[in-house]
Design a protein around this ligand. Structure first.
Ligand SMILES: Cc1cc2nc3c(=O)[nH]c(=O)nc-3n(C[C@H](O)[C@H](O)[C@H](O)COP(=O)(O)OP(=O)(O)OC[C@H]3O[C@@H](n4cnc5c(N)ncnc54)[C@H](O)[C@@H]3O)c2cc1C
Length: 427
């Protein structure tokens, strides 16, 4: 009889047995506290207020979101019931000062986003699209009147925002977007198509980026119910299934002139929003990585094979130690980047380096974590499977891994490798 067979005949430790799926399994582990993961005590660098807010968001995710999110994910539905509860956290708008938003520092916003993502990437994406893309577009590029008109209701999550930049034919090269905005009297008339637009099926305000009569890109706030605006949900997604991503058709959609974001002159202005938002996405990747590590650690302490917890095996400890090293590396790096953002010393390459590095590490950590849960790793009950699927979309949106590398590469070498030249010098 081999060792494995002998082990299956040992008495089962009832403290590790739960009723999941009708079979005895290790209970889905409760994620650990910061004491497990914050190895270099970065939490000590946060003020009491920041720590309290972090805990508040973590508690919300652990108690209100984690217990209910899996069936929504499985049905590919958005959990609208959570929106009023999210509103009570008072975090919508993240770093935006005034207009009902909390005006967080970049470190505070980052820690909040990290905690949202640790709990669930669909919910952090919902908040990211609403706050860091839609609200931030208005805050950075709107007139005073537009900020007063749109932001306070969005900060209370009474009105939800979406950000329509990507088109079916233009993702990475979105600077070439084809949607048009033609001035006609007191309105702009929008025509074109958008793809992948999160929240767009139910959003009250969708910021549509379109090319004006002068050929330059502008931002237009399209309000819910505008005739000619159609948003059809994209089905069959294997990532971020709760997020409602839409294919949008714009057919002679009339937008009042006062809804054109006042301070957008070219695509360079759009990029200001993308920089701020990409920084938030980098924090999301860290949150997902932490979820993977904490789940793997908790599971390894409970699950026994060969008569001992998985955590006692050297190879398991090696994997956990590597995960912790990656997380500590990312958090330290991102804390410094957040300080640079607060000091105004930011640049797209600096943010791109972070987004590239963290999403790659988070994917690796979640893949390892899933494996360390054995068969249970593919069950939604244990949460790692959901994070592992979802991180695929985090890798893609706001620019893929490759694209972030090209941004950094251009900065450090001086060569633009985005658009290859044919030998005859043509594209
Ligand atoms: C879940 C999800 C949510 C999203 N939410 C939104 C949203 O709310 N609003 C919005 O506007 N957009 C949104 N997007 C769109 C997202 O930003 C794009 O999907 C992304 O920019 C990539 O564009 P693409 O999918 O068209 O891929 P493509 O641009 O077609 O890229 C395909 C592949 O080619 C590679 N590639 C492209 N160009 C180069 C190059 N020059 N050199 C080397 N490799 C290259 C890419 O890295 C990628 O691997 C979302 C996407 C997803 C998946």
């Amino acid at each position: 009889m081999n060792a494995q067979r002998q082990d299956t005949m040992m008495p089962v430790d009832v403290t590790t047995v739960g009723p999941g799926n009708g079979h005895p399994v290790v209970q889905p582990p409760v994620l650990g506290g910061p004491e497990n993961t914050d190895y270099y005590l970065l939490n000590d660098l946060l003020t009491d207020e920041q720590q309290a807010l972090r805990q508040k968001v973590r508690d919300f995710m652990d108690h209100e979101v984690t217990p209910i999110i899996n069936p929504y994910w499985e049905r590919a539905e958005f959990p609208h019931e959570l929106v009023p509860k999210l509103a009570q956290l008072g975090i919508a708008g993240f770093q935006i000062p005034g207009y009902g938003s909390p005006g967080m520092s970049n470190v505070t916003a980052g820690v909040v986003i990290m905690e949202l993502a640790r709990g669930d990437l669909s919910m952090s994406t919902f908040m990211g699209v609403h706050s860091a893309l839609a609200m931030m577009s208005i805050a950075l590029l709107g007139s005073e009147e537009q900020k007063e008109r749109f932001l306070p209701q969005m900060a209370r999550l009474e009105k939800i925002g979406a950000f329509g930049l990507t088109e079916p034919a233009h993702g990475t090269d979105v600077v070439k977007l084809e949607t048009t905005a033609h001035r006609d009297g007191d309105s702009y008339v929008l025509n074109g198509h958008k793809r992948w637009i999160g929240n767009a099926t139910f959003a009250d305000y969708v910021i549509i980026w379109a090319r004006g009569d002068d050929g330059h890109v502008g931002g237009y706030v399209v309000e819910k119910g505008s005739p000619g605006f159609e948003a059809e949900v994209i089905t069959g997604k294997t990532a971020l299934r709760c997020v409602q991503n839409a294919q949008i058709s714009l057919t002679d959609v009339r937008v009042p002139a006062q809804n054109r974001l006042a301070n957008v002159n070219t695509f360079r202005d759009t990029e200001k929003v993308l920089l701020a938002s990409r920084f938030c996405v980098a924090w999301e990747a860290i949150g997902a990585a932490i979820a993977g590590y904490e789940t793997a650690l908790a599971y390894a302490k409970q699950r026994k094979q060969f008569g001992v917890p998985l955590a006692a095996f050297q190879l398991v400890q090696y994997r956990l130690a590597r995960m912790l090293a990656d997380i500590t590396d990312m958090v330290c790096m991102q804390y410094r980047l957040s300080q640079l953002m607060d000091e105004g010393k930011y640049s797209m390459p600096r943010v791109a380096l972070a987004k590239m590095h963290y999403t790659e590490r988070a994917s690796a950590i979640l893949s390892d974590a899933r494996d360390m849960l054995g068969g249970n790793g593919i069950l939604l009950d244990y949460h790692v499977a959901r994070h592992l699927c979802d991180i695929e979309a985090i890798d893609t949106y706001e620019g893929t891994d490759t694209v972030q590398a090209l941004i950094v590469g251009r900065d450090i070498t001086g060569y633009n490798a985005f658009v290859p030249m044919a030998p005859n010098g043509h594209h």
